[in-house]
Design a protein. Sequence first.
Length: 243
Amino acid sequence: MAIRTALVTGTSRPAGLGFAVARELAGQGYHVVLTARDHSTAEPLADRLRRDGHAATALRLDLSDPVSMHEAADHLTQAFGHLDVLVNNASAMPDFQVLSAMEADMDAVRTALEVTVIGPWALTQAMLPLLTAAPAARIVNVSSLSAQQIATGLDLGAALRAPAYSMAKYMLNALTTVLARDLAHTPILVNAVDPGNTATHPERGDDATDRPAAESARDIVRAATLDADGPTGQLFGNGRPVA
Ligand SMILES: NC(=O)c1ccc[n+]([C@@H]2O[C@H](COP(=O)([O-])OP(=O)(O)OC[C@H]3O[C@@H](n4cnc5c(N)ncnc54)[C@H](OP(=O)(O)O)[C@@H]3O)[C@@H](O)[C@H]2O)c1
């Protein structure tokens, strides 16, 4: 049987969601490719998985650098010839403290769009031959409740908290819908998952009510391992479809 392969972006920190997703996929038997914009941050995490008996590789992949995306695709082509799971987990949140779109810094907006929308879009294009070569690939875009404050007018207690980040996540949800539609004639399913508030930054003092990263990771991996009759173009939150 062919090796099942998964690539996760933004696996640079042991406490991050990317590493929790990589660990969960590795536990399910995938050869996981952990990627980060600085290879030296992903390699120790891949090594941890290997020492636990899993199959894992670390690669440099910067979502603002198309060359690094094609180098990663070339590596996967040589090593495996296909990609079963792509998890677009990385994102940039350059404006957490900003409480209004009127106050948004356009450089922060450009960064957020580059890492959260254009990067995953370009990466999906770069990986498409590998995803198509897999029997039934899955793409998961890691979204956020921040996107829903725009989509639904949900009041999170501010006019538009983190406008660059929130707009980028809103566009990532739209990208999920568009990719799902474009790939509807293939077995590839494309979905988005809002992991909910998750304890991934203990150094910043995560909230006691935040979900453990392993729990949020399971929601993402569920979308990454859907059966053939599973949904596509769907946003999930708390493990359930969001209207
Ligand atoms: N934690 C939560 O409560 C929560 C809630 C909703 C959604 N999310 C989403 O969950 C995902 C993971 O977040 P997290 O909480 O685990 O935080 P995180 O570890 O800080 O995740 C962000 C990752 O993106 C990477 N990144 C930034 N710019 C990049 C670039 N140009 N190229 C490649 N990678 C880049 C970061 O790498 P560096 O370390 O090199 O900067 C980091 O690995 C994100 O999409 C986030 O929006 C999290």
